[in-house]
Design a protein around this ligand. Structure first.
Ligand code: BTX
Length: 325
């Protein structure tokens, strides 16, 4: 807002000094209550302010932002992330990506945002995407493949995310088919794959990746606290988001190129080595009903196989799965 801008200007122009509530109110042209409200908002956004009685406020730390330049600096890829579209606030990076695809964006284009107002999950679910804390990113790919292969791209991405987290933290997350990445049983990343296709060929695929990086537990709404986590929570310290994006782009480019070169088999082996559900008893909820049984693994196409108690093997293309305790 205009008021917020003026407030930040006031702080920028008086960097070394404390500014009292009244001085700020005068500079900005509003009430002291309004100043106080905006200062609380700034804190929520990641600004750190020192407040000293009788002296006032001083900004001592600004939130960490991710800029396109920061990502470009030292990025070791050929095409992945070579075009970066970055925004402060969007409804969903997927929506922006759909528009860019329509405008002809090239393979490897990424869209990142600091905040999503309506981040999406699968099946119209929401993805909580608060400011400055996570990686909210969409990647545009244009593989020359039949549409039935699209789910494999989700699995490739999952392996890339696991490897990137491993490289940055030394922690190895687990993959829950098809698209959840977990640390200590809680969701640290979600992947959403959307595609445009003709009957026999994929036109483009948009892979949405949401990584919880620097959130603390209190940043989550009540209902997500039991099921969500972040890298910072599990690792014990904050991570540079730009670094993680760079590492992820390198992993993604390598695995995607390997896949185009040699097919899904090498990816399948990697994927299975990170999967928690294989060999376990699970329940898969699909749109048409539930299937319970032992998860045998995935087919060479990335389809989940479950053997029920009668020994019948079911192929599951899309579902939410629950591990039996
Ligand atoms: P999903 O349908 O598998 O998971 C969504 C569910 O996960 C929600 O219903 C909720 O229970 C839980 N959830 C919501 N937000 C979070 C969170 N931040 N951390 C952990 N759990 C959460 C997963 O869908 C796919 C998510 C993709 C998100 C990316 S972000 C960039 C891109 N843009 C966009 O709008 N979506 C993708």
């Amino acid at each position: 807002s205009e008021l917020r801008k003026k407030l930040l200007d006031a702080f920028s122009n008086n960097q070394e000094e404390f500014l009292s509530g009244q001085a700020l109110a005068d500079l900005v042209g509003c009430s002291r209550t309004a100043v106080w409200k905006h200062i609380e908002e700034l804190r929520k956004e990641g600004f750190e302010l020192e407040a000293v009685r009788r002296k006032g406020y001083k900004i001592i730390k600004t939130p960490e932002r991710v800029t396109a330049d920061e990502i470009r600096l030292g990025l070791k890829t050929e095409f992945m992330g070579r075009h970066i579209h970055s925004e402060d606030v969007v409804d969903s990076t997927q929506k922006v990506a759909h528009r860019l695809v329509f405008e002809g964006a090239s393979e490897g284009t990424i869209i990142i945002a600091e905040e999503q107002l309506s981040g999406r999950g699968r099946m119209d679910r929401k993805w909580h995407s608060p400011k400055y804390t996570g990686i909210w990113m969409s990647v545009i790919l244009r593989p020359n493949l039949p549409p039935a292969k699209a789910p494999q791209l989700t699995l490739i991405t999952a392996v890339a995310v696991v490897q990137a987290i491993e490289e940055m933290t030394g922690m190895t997350p687990e993959i829950k088919w098809p698209n959840d990445i977990l640390l200590n049983g809680k969701k640290v990343t979600g992947i959403l794959t959307e595609m445009q296709a003709d009957a026999d060929r994929i036109q483009s695929i948009i892979i949405g990746i949401g990584i919880n990086v620097n959130q603390q537990l209190e940043d989550y709404p009540e209902e997500l606290r039991p099921i969500a986590t972040s890298l910072a929570i599990e690792y014990g310290k904050k991570l540079e988001r730009a670094e993680l994006i760079k590492v992820l782009l390198v992993k993604l480019e390598k695995l995607y190129s390997l896949y185009l070169d040699q097919g899904f088999y090498p990816i399948k082996l990697l994927w299975e080595s990170y999967a928690i559900s294989i060999g376990k008893n699970i329940t898969a909820r699909t749109i048409t009903g539930s299937i319970s049984g032992q998860a045998l693994g995935i087919t060479d196409d990335g389809v989940l196989m479950i053997e029920d108690s009668h020994g019948i093997v079911h192929h599951v293309y899309s579902a939410d799965i629950e591990l039996e305790k």
